[in-house]
Design a protein around this ligand. Sequence first.
Ligand code: HEM
Length: 503
Amino acid sequence: MPYTVGIQAASLALLSAGLPAIFCMSIVMLLMIVSIMSSLQKDGVDTPAHLPTYSLFAVSPFFRRRFDFLNWGFQVTGHPIFQFSLLRDTVIVVSGDTGRQAFFSAKGFDLTEGFKMLSGAIPMVRGVTSDLQTKRIALIHKRLASVQKNERLNSLIPIIVEDSRRCMESWGPSGSFDPFEKVYELVFQVTVRTLSCSEISDDVALVSRLKKLYDTLDAGTTPATVLLPWLPTPSMLRKLWATKDIYDIVVAAIKSREESGISRDDTLQMLLDSGDDKLVVVGFIMGLLIAGARATGTTTCWLLTFLGSHPDWRAKAKSEVESLLSSQSSSTASATLSGRLSTIPLEAWEAETPVLDAIIKETLRVAQPHTAMRKNLGPETYIDGKLIPSGAYVVYPFSDVHLNPDLYPDPWRFDPGRSFQKETGYGYVGWGGGKTTCLGQRLAKVEMKVIAAMALMGFNHWVVDRDGKPADSPPTPNWNDILLCRPPQGSFSLRYERSGPAL
Ligand code: HEM
């Protein structure tokens, strides 16, 4: 077993040794030297403008308030491309039409390397997450494509419906909740179901534990854990333990499946039957759960929030689902909503839901706080006449295009009826662009549509303010929260009442 799982013991040893102040002092000295050295570098005319600071503390908002930080960077440098230093690394932020087009089409820009360094959500554990070389990643992507082949994806629909029914049943006849807790929980359950195995997804307590562990990874991502991943800070140790616990849960499920000798109809079985090495199977489940649950979770929370604050679009979406039910599922007096939704075939979900498609598209435009990250693996290249050296990190904030009032007038307004940019290159990048587009898009869309359909037909819902009164205006997405785009906690909730047929 390449992963010796000695992390917990090693972490404890490090903690108890106390790693004396001298060690921390030397780190501080090192940071100071690196900062001073960077500030002495000479700039050419083709060098992107620098932020007027070399202090690591001044750039820490890149991790904590990214939207404000990047806007400040454009403003203070007065340039559409600027750079800043993260210790010895250069990060170049690009924007504008040409910047965006170059970013999405540059051959040498690598997503995995960029994400690894700048995101830092999953600690790089030797033998597990750090050794997922290109070949293994390609294999994981191939398996993800298999999960989304027509027949397989079609067979997932009743399973997604059933998980949604169970979760929504637990909401009771009426109440109110924070969508970023309850809806996110539902999406997490469904994602675990579709991407892993019954050993995990049938065990409600285990799914809840797994969610907490992934939350620990997110919450523990600090500037220090990203920049100095080898420094045994408490957050880093918590992240390592969480990663190890997730790893143990996944490995135990695989072992239990193998030892049972029983073949089941789920994604784990498909992976095992493909004969891939263990690292691919574990990497698939650990990595895609985090990629899938976060993006789909955030989008579904916002989708239901926008529907709860735009009764006109709620009515249109509901009427679309009603037509789908009447044309695609048989209705008997005893049929439950979930029973009927499960019989709607994949093609209908994909081809006969233009309103839901438009709502998803607009939700992604206005509430997906993504910043695309790449490393230039070479050769050096130019964007807008500015040099992007080999080895530099390059980032592109989606706010540059999706909240641009020239492309999307009144950009913060949720309006699925608006016209989307087709003429401008990569004028809409909700699912990525160029050589990097989302590989889980088909699955994510079906999940979101099924959940939305169930919520629309099973409940009335609307947005209320912190006093429980119907909100005057829709909540505004907070792009500084890079995971959920979540406004201040408690500032609004979703109020709901059961309606319609039995779930
Ligand atoms: C609403 C849900 C989702 C949204 C909005 C979304 C969006 C995106 C975007 C914008 C990218 C490109 C990122 C970039 O250029 O930096 C991307 C890439 C990716 N997504 Fe998704 N995603 C979603 C769900 C999923 C799910 C459910 C999975 C897997 C099960 C998934 C797997 C991936 C993978 C593997 C890539 C990387 C592709 C590559 O390396 O070429 N996504 N996604």
